[in-house]
Design a binder for this molecule. Structure first.
Ligand SMILES: Cc1cc2nc3c(=O)[nH]c(=O)nc-3n(C[C@H](O)[C@H](O)[C@H](O)COP(=O)(O)OP(=O)(O)OC[C@H]3O[C@@H](n4cnc5c(N)ncnc54)[C@H](O)[C@@H]3O)c2cc1C
Length: 418
């Protein structure tokens, strides 16, 4: 068995893992990234469209360009790279953690570390998760897999396409499939509003006159060997109206029906998960319920921008360094999701320093107000011109916001949308 020791092991070499590792090294700690495929970059490498990097690198980049810039930063540090290496499990020891991995080249690898950063990203929900009835022909793909086939492997998965779900991956694939010569007949969304970013609705559907059916479902997949057509049914007051079902001939169905944080490893290590995010419950330092194990990026909660992932991961790297230096927050106020808010991450706030919270709403609303209450008293408000569940909202808390707060050990913060 190959055995090595580091201060920190980062599991996953995507946008989150790389940003966290660079920050850890900036604090003169030794760090290893363990990545199960043979290259760094994660999901970024298949996102060849632009729309990345405006906040992180102050220029509009494609996913691979964003990754390239991060890889350059990693290579400037002494981060040890364990590529083609999958983390299988973690165990606590008296002095830290043992991280067990396997790799084709080295066999079993054991890393002895003082702290672990979980950065394993997320995976796509599939047909089984949404239970679409019908036959089981070829031609049904998750949108991210189709993206990989087109952008990385050079295959076109089909010519006549229907897309289920108007999440960003589905929208981007509607445009991508059109560009490679396929015809996208419909994007079908169960909600009465789109699930993806507004800019993607405009640039990926409207610009190509691809119809978006809101409050509709694909109610049946039909075809013997290959998909031949799908049935689409409108929802009226949330109930399918079968009489208005219509059929769309197609050979390919792409599913863009949500992402789930990749947390089996975390669960096996005893990390408590948040049912709202499917990611870990973390405190104000991004530490999970297992001391010394931290989490960031899409494995913590699904982010819409890589820039937010990198920012959160960098903060996590700094928190890990502080924790290893025995710094502990003296007070952490629990944060509750109030009216119209699905979740707030992280779930605790340290009133001794500025912080950034990320949240998702449950409603679509124009001219909304984010209201923060401390023990039922409004302590801060922020106006937001438009909110929708698919767009993550960030909220900065500055020391000046907090100075006048009367915080006690029993205090609770609540964030709501009005
Ligand atoms: C189709 C699509 C379009 C997008 N468009 C944009 C956009 O226009 N602009 C933008 O800013 N953002 C966009 N994003 C979002 C952004 O790309 C992601 O949020 C971000 O890259 C996620 O980074 P991550 O490191 O959390 O996860 P990932 O990139 O998924 O990285 C996780 C890594 O962990 C590895 N891993 C998992 N488990 C293990 C294990 N057990 N052992 C070892 N390694 C493991 C995986 O192989 C992977 O490399 C898009 C995302 C998608 C999918």
């Amino acid at each position: 068995m190959h055995e090595q020791s580091f201060d920190v092991a980062v599991i996953g070499g995507g946008a989150a893992g790389m940003a966290a590792a660079v920050e850890v090294c900036r604090h003169n700690l030794s760090c290893a990234i363990v990545e199960r495929v043979s290259y760094l970059g994660g999901i970024l490498l298949q996102c060849i469209h632009n729309g990345f990097g405006l906040q992180e690198f102050k220029q509009e980049l494609t996913g691979p360009e964003f990754a390239e810039e991060q890889i350059r930063q990693v290579k400037e540090t002494d981060t040890a790279l364990f590529l083609d290496t999958t983390v299988d499990s973690m165990e606590d020891t008296e002095t830290g953690k043992e991280v067990y991995c396997y790799s084709r080249e080295r066999g079993i690898v054991k890393l002895n570390v003082r702290a672990v950063i979980l950065a394993m990203g997320c995976r796509e929900r599939n047909r089984g998760n949404i239970g679409t009835p019908g036959t089981r022909p070829a031609g049904v793909f998750t949108a991210g897999l189709a993206q990989r086939l087109v952008n990385v492997e050079g295959f076109i998965p089909g010519r006549n396409v229907v897309i289920v779900g108007s999440g960003d991956i589905g929208l981007i694939m509607a445009r991508r499939m059109t560009w490679v010569g396929a015809r996208v007949h419909a994007v079908v969304e169960i909600q009465p509003y789109p699930s993806g970013l507004t800019r993607n609705i405009v640039q990926c559907l409207n610009d190509f006159e691809i119809p978006l059916y809101l409050s509709h479902v694909v109610s049946r997949i039909e075809g013997r060997d290959r998909v031949e057509r799908v049935a689409i049914t409108p929802l009226e007051n949330g109930i399918p109206n079968e009489e208005k079902t219509f059929h769309v001939p197609c050979d390919t169905l792409l599913l863009s029906v949500g992402l789930v944080p990749e947390n089996e490893l975390s669960e096996n290590a005893g990390v408590q998960l948040n049912p709202q995010t499917n990611g870990a419950v973390v405190d104000s330092t991004m530490m999970t319920s297992v001391p010394g194990v931290f989490s960031c990026g899409n494995v913590l909660h699904v982010h819409d921008l890589a820039d937010y992932v990198a920012e959160e991961a960098r903060r996590t790297g700094a928190y890990v360094a502080a924790w290893l230096d025995n710094e502990r927050p003296s007070l952490q106020i629990p944060i509750r999701a109030g009216a119209n808010v699905r979740y707030v991450s992280p779930g605790r706030f340290n009133p001794e320093r500025p912080d950034k919270l990320y949240l998702r709403t449950l409603i679509v609303k124009n001219n909304a107000r984010l209201v923060i209450k401390l023990d039922n008293q409004v302590v801060k408000e922020k106006k937001v011109s438009h909110l929708q569940p698919s767009e993550m909202v960030s909220l900065k808390l500055q020391p000046k916001d907090v100075e006048s707060w009367k915080v006690s050990e029993d205090s609770v913060l609540e964030v709501s949308v009005q």
